[in-house]
Design a protein around this ligand. Structure first.
Ligand SMILES: *[C@@H]1O[C@H](CO)[C@@H](O)[C@H](O)[C@H]1NC(C)=O
Ligand SMILES: *[C@@H]1O[C@H](CO)[C@@H](O)[C@H](O)[C@H]1NC(C)=O
Ligand SMILES: *[C@@H]1O[C@H](CO)[C@@H](O)[C@H](O)[C@H]1NC(C)=O
Length: 351
């Protein structure tokens, strides 16, 4: 072996060592429900416009474009690392060669709590379908572990649920495609969404889940695409859409209290993404990094900005990795209950 090869091997060892975590993860398994904020490739083979397995997405991700809607890792990827996993959770659409016993990612770009959400972009994997996929995975895990052991295993997993943004962005606030805005006030709609989510959560609980991290909505009115399509003055956040997100969060937090009382064998926590986003005001200049098409996604093969650490948004919808990292750290290790209630993910997994 020549000197150069040895150096490369040493380099390879150290660069891969950052991915190698010594010891076991803090939970034996992690299941992820959600939308493009958590998707890691479930839409790649769907006939939907909501897919991004092309450059410049993934420019800062070791494997390049994977279907993640950002330049690097998603927030749940970073939480996965903080939990001590030595790999990212595989997407349901491609669990080939993966150990599903350690968890599966069902999240799908454009998905919502409601079945019709996001369907103007093509076929969808709504929360209801994600639950069906989980039912399928649970029966596969039961075959692997044995029916006597599967519940005990599933009880220890973390269930991360981050969904609802599209029920506003790709439903309620698109009255040209959906009738919901004519039928419900924003408050009624938020209540109906949280009610429907609650039904899904109880079904997931019925499949053995006991530790839930529920993620609230971020400031939807500050998403660049909303400002450019609905803004009257293109530098300011849309108040109506921010209010909608806050109304949703105001109902999700009491749901956490309610479920903790009703399901005494379980623990639910609420991650307040709106407060987390407000704490990132330094990055709040709302500048996106790539050139986007009318769908708000990066135009394929265009060159993104160089200073990705200084841009809060990668495309017109999705945060850059640097923002995801801040959000993940605050959800995992919250400095105050306003970020994570009644506890953060780091404490939840130690229960
Ligand atoms: C969206 O998903 C639902 C099932 O969850 C399905 O009934 C519907 O046909 C899908 N819509 C499209 C456009 O594929
Ligand atoms: C939504 O879709 C799921 C999965 O396809 C289905 O089981 C459920 O009945 C649907 N819900 C409504 C309200 O249509
Ligand atoms: C947009 O808002 C800024 C302040 O945020 C104000 O100075 C400017 O006049 C507004 N422009 C229009 C067209 O309303």
């Amino acid at each position: 072996m020549d000197h150069k090869t040895k150096l490369w091997m040493v380099f390879f060892f150290f660069s891969s060592a950052t991915y190698c975590v010594v010891g076991k993860p803090q939970v034996p398994c992690l299941f992820i429900f959600g939308d493009s904020l958590s998707d890691s490739g479930n839409n790649n083979n769907l006939a939907t416009d909501a897919k991004v397995n092309y450059r410049p997405y993934g420019i800062d991700f070791p494997a390049g474009p994977t279907g993640r809607f950002t330049n690097g890792r998603t927030s749940i990827d970073i939480i996965t690392e903080l939990l001590g996993f030595d790999h990212f959770i595989p997407p349901y659409a491609n669990t080939h060669g993966a150990d599903i016993v350690q968890g599966v990612n069902y999240a799908s770009g454009a998905a919502g709590i409601r079945n019709e959400t996001g369907t103007q972009l093509g076929p969808n994997i709504s929360m209801g379908l994600q639950l069906q996929h989980h039912t399928d995975i649970v029966s596969q895990i039961a075959k692997k572990l044995g029916y006597d052991k599967v519940q005990q295993h599933l009880n220890k997993c973390l269930y991360y649920v981050n969904i609802g943004s599209n029920d506003f962005l790709n439903n309620y606030f698109l009255p040209q495609h959906y009738p919901t805005k004519g039928k419900y006030t924003t408050d009624q709609y938020a209540a109906a969404l949280v009610q429907e989510l609650s039904t899904y959560l109880k079904a997931i609980h019925g499949l053995g889940a006991r530790k839930f991290s529920l993620v609230g909505l971020s400031l939807l009115g500050c998403v660049p695409h909303e400002i450019s399509t609905h803004g009257k003055n293109d530098s300011r956040c849309i108040q109506e859409e921010n209010n909608a997100a806050l109304l949703f969060n105001d109902k999700l937090k009491p749901l956490v209290d309610h479920l903790n009382k009703e399901l005494t064998d379980s623990k639910f926590i609420f991650i307040n993404s709106a407060v987390i986003r407000l704490s990132q005001l330094k990055l709040q200049d709302l500048v996106k990094c790539c050139k986007v098409g009318s769908n708000g996604q990066c135009i394929p093969n265009t060159k993104p900005c160089k200073a990705r650490n200084l841009h809060p948004f990668f495309d017109a919808f999705h945060p850059t990795e640097v923002v995801n990292k801040l959000s993940a750290n605050l959800a995992y290790n919250a400095p105050a209950p306003s970020f994570a209630y009644p506890m953060d993910i780091g404490r939840l997994v130690k229960l």
